[in-house]
Design a protein around this ligand. Structure first.
Ligand code: GLC
Length: 818
């Protein structure tokens, strides 16, 4: 059963049945102000921080049909009383004649028809503003006149999101409401949980006069609070009680008498939900948004932002599903993960547990550098602030307070308190930023390290280049018995937490790639001495990986503290891990034959029709010394599940060895667009990537979970654009090195790079996977595969002829490019 369709022209996915198998969401606004809105208009909204300044109570674990955060009721006044229903389906669950939820870029528009009433509800957060605007149009599409009331409702939470759930006396004793009449005599229902220096006043108001209001949930629902959101008693009375609650469960419900609508007649109201410190000062802004034209122009600004964002890279390939993802939904998900890291989703509930993940954001940021590089730089700077003086990094932090912590490591004090990979990812992000923008001077920017003195002043600062060097130095020194990096609490795989002394092959490879990036950077900076020094580091680690980690047909994944291999034929469970294979190719450590063999093992042992598994076979039962991985049943999450984040790394590795058919095949088998046809099995939103899909050892093989905030978004975007389509920014130009399916006759891609627009057409007349014979830029032949940096604000026509294969990589490695 399908639940909707892609409307690429409007850059939307349109949900046509509100009863999706699990909740499907969309994001509005950003961490500064915003949150998500679900397919029935429920919202989770916060300002600045979902843990410390949450506004709306949204509890995803409640049953699907329950009220969540925000809704709109309509009521039709008839001879026998009121007919009350929600045009958003939830929470009244009436039968609809039409239901469409348009999941747009930064907005959701719900259009529904119930009982002869058509409602259109546009929900968005204007750019650079701090309010949710809901523009509501109610139209009588019946043949008779109707008398309509509209009652929008929000349910507030205490701003301390976790306390809301843990202290059921203190919280309600602090929650207060007040009706405020502004200078234009409009009513604004305000709510706050005690006033302090940083006053946070939530307000809810509309563009239409309000005849009454309710601020207390119990009164609104009626029957001592034993009635439900499905049938609130108060909506069967003429007016709400005008109660300004000084305690309790605060809501804001506003009664609008829309009046009689003749057949075909429409009425509009605009509601605003926001937060400010001073209602009087806020009035000017509120007033503006009461005007339709102002709201329309704010909406247009939002649309323009997204068109500008997307137009930086536009592809046209023979694969339509790929085009849908690459032109709309994938870059859009990259922006969402960049903005929200792991802070707020249906799965990361934003109660202060995760916040900004260091490794997560360092990877997310690489997905948006081609679109909004300076926003990327800002995030990179923020991350560098939590890097420690020894070069390692704090695992996660709160963006509002910049307080950082060691993540799950805190729960196991006998284990190392750092992760072995965190600090290395940032090197990739910085290099990618400089390649995209050419802003080498960023390397000179001074940024403090995390440690503070008694007065909370940073103890030491270093420029960005120094930060990167310390990342390298930390790993270089932090090695175990085989000369491989010590695992720390964990590496990228959060759930393999081995006693101190274990070594990580993944981190060894990540370190290899990072060194390659640094060697390129130092060569570009003409610092050959450091480049040479790093080459020695690289060769040393490469030797260790090849000497100790080759298991015959694949690379092992770890050594435990006793020196026993994990991810080896010798193991019963967890014999092979995908990341050890893809990454030894990506690092360039694997000699060609081993690279091919390791990738063949992935294909034979790890691939399924729903994606590539992370490890195999899964552990079956909890083994404390093996760590969190054993808490899942076989086939789930990191324990043999299809952990999507690691799939693009295999695509990249396949592209690096020249296997464009397989790289693209792996791409397609996890393309969410195709999930639209198998949603009852998959269940999640088909317009973004999930973190995980259950693997074939699990009875629910193919079931997706944890959509939106996943490193998959950034990496699959990079795999597709930089490795399959092969368009890679470098310090000295745009490298063209496609690795595509043989069946493709070519493709087009337009990329805006360093202030010039390159309209690239790649032709593949001989049906090959890889190899560039000729490049012509504006009718002039280019030597090699690098398009020069033109920086002239002009459009340039680039024709690329594939042919004459680049020689395969020799055993000496010299032809690898990353
Ligand atoms: C989650 C985490 C990420 C980690 C991955 C694998 O996606 O956000 O940081 O690398 O799990 O454990």
């Amino acid at each position: 059963m399908k639940y909707g369709y892609f409307d690429n022209e409007n850059k939307e996915y349109v949900i046509t049945n509100p009863c999706t198998p699990v909740t499907w969401i969309n994001y509005i606004g950003s961490l500064e102000f915003g949150g998500f809105v679900d397919q029935t208009g429920g919202t989770a909204i916060c300002k600045g921080d979902p843990a410390l300044n949450r506004m709306i109570k949204y509890i995803p674990q409640l049953p699907n049909g329950d009220f969540k955060g925000e809704t709109l009721y309509l009521r039709i006044k008839g001879d026998k009383g009121y007919q009350v229903f929600s045009p958003l389906y939830v929470p009244t669950l009436d039968q609809y004649d039409r239901y469409q939820c348009h999941v747009g870029l930064g907005y959701t528009k719900i259009v529904s028809e119930f009982y002869g009433i058509k409602t259109e509800l546009l929900i968005f957060v204007p750019l650079n503003d701090h309010r949710v605007v809901r523009a509501i149009t109610i139209t009588n599409i019946s043949d008779d006149s109707v008398n309509i009331d509209a009652i929008p409702v929000v349910e507030y939470t205490h701003f301390d999101a976790l306390k809301q759930l843990t202290n059921a006396d203190w919280v309600p004793q602090t929650m207060q409401s007040k009706m405020f009449e502004d200078e234009d005599h409009y009513k604004v229902l305000t709510q706050f949980a005690f006033m302090n220096k940083t006053s946070k006043i939530n307000f809810f108001t509309s563009s239409h006069p309000i005849s009454s209001f309710e601020s207390d949930r119990k009164r609104f629902l009626g029957n001592n609070g034993y009635s439900t959101w499905r049938k609130p008693y108060s909506l069967f009375q003429e007016e709400l009680s005008n109660y300004e609650a000084l305690r309790g469960d605060n809501i804001a419900a506003l009664m609008h008498h829309i009046g009689v609508l003749q057949p075909g007649e429409s009425k509009k109201i605009i509601t605003q939900l926001g937060q400010c410190a001073d209602m009087k000062a806020e009035h000017k802004k509120i007033k503006k948004y009461r005007h339709e034209e102002y709201v329309e122009s704010a909406f247009q600004d939002l649309k323009n932002f997204w068109s500008d964002y997307l137009e930086k890279i536009i592809v046209n390939t023979p694969d339509h599903a790929m085009n849908t993802m690459l032109n709309i939904h994938n870059p859009r998900q990259c922006y969402i993960t960049k903005n929200w890291s792991r802070d707020l989703s249906l799965y990361q509930l934003g109660f202060g547990g995760r916040g900004i993940g260091f490794r997560d954001s360092a990877q997310d940021v690489m997905g948006i550098l081609g679109h909004v590089p300076e926003e990327g730089r800002e995030l990179i700077e923020m991350l560098l602030h939590v890097q420690k003086r020894d070069g390692s990094a704090m695992h996660q932090f709160n963006a509002a307070t910049m307080e950082a912590n060691a993540g799950d490591a805190r729960e196991m004090e006998d284990r190392p308190q750092h992760y072995s990979d965190d600090h290395l990812w940032i090197v990739l992000a910085v290099c990618a930023y400089i390649k995209e923008t050419g802003n080498v001077s960023f390397l000179k920017k001074q940024i403090p390290f995390y440690e503070k003195d008694k007065n909370n002043k940073p103890i030491e600062s270093g420029n960005v280049l120094e930060h990167l060097k310390r990342s390298i130095e930390f790993t270089r020194k932090d090695v175990g018995n085989h000369g491989l990096p010590l695992l720390g609490f964990a590496d990228w795989n959060d759930t393999v937490n081995l006693p101190s002394g274990a070594e990580s092959v993944f981190t060894a490879n990540l370190y290899g790639l990072v060194l390659k990036e640094m060697i390129d950077l130092f060569r570009y900076l003409e610092d050959d001495t450091t480049a040479k020094q790093y080459e020695i580091y690289y060769e040393t680690m490469k030797e260790n990986v090849n000497k100790y980690c080759w298991d015959g047909e694949w690379y092992i994944r770890y050594f435990d503290n006793h020196g026993n291999p994990l991810g080896s034929k010798k193991n019963d469970k967890g014999k092979i891990y995908t990341n050890a294979q893809s990454w030894s190719v990506i690092s360039g450590f694997a000699p060609y034959e081993r690279a091919k063999q390791a990738l063949a093992s992935v294909k034979d042992m790890m691939n399924t029709e729903h994606g590539i598994k992370l490890s195999y076979p899964g552990f079956n039962g909890y083994i404390p010394e093996k760590g969190g991985i054993t808490t899942y049943p076989p086939g789930a999450k990191e324990n043999g599940g299809i952990f999507l984040h690691s799939n693009p790394w295999v695509m990249i590795a396949e592209a690096l060895v020249g296997n464009g058919d397989l790289a693209h095949g792996y791409y397609s088998q996890i393309n969410p667009v195709f999930k639209n046809e198998m949603i009852d099995q998959y269940e999640c939103e088909p317009y973004c990537y999930p973190q995980n899909i259950l693997g074939d050892e699990h009875p629910q093989f193919g079931l997706g979970r944890n959509t939106w905030l996943s490193g998959t978004a950034s990496w699959i975007y990079q795999a597709a654009i930089k490795y399959i389509l092969g368009i890679q920014p470098t310090y000295e130009g745009l490298l063209i090195n496609p690795c595509i399916p043989k069946a493709w006759k070519g493709f087009k891609i337009t990329k805006i790079f360093r202030n010039a627009t390159y309209e690239i057409e790649v032709m593949n007349p001989n049906n090959i996977n890889r190899g560039v014979k000729q490049i012509v830029v504006d009718d002039v032949f280019v030597d090699g595969q690098l398009i020069p940096i033109l920086e002239d604000d002009k459009k340039h026509e680039v024709k690329v002829l594939m042919g004459q294969k680049i020689p395969e990589r020799s055993t000496k490695n010299e032809l690898w490019t990353f």
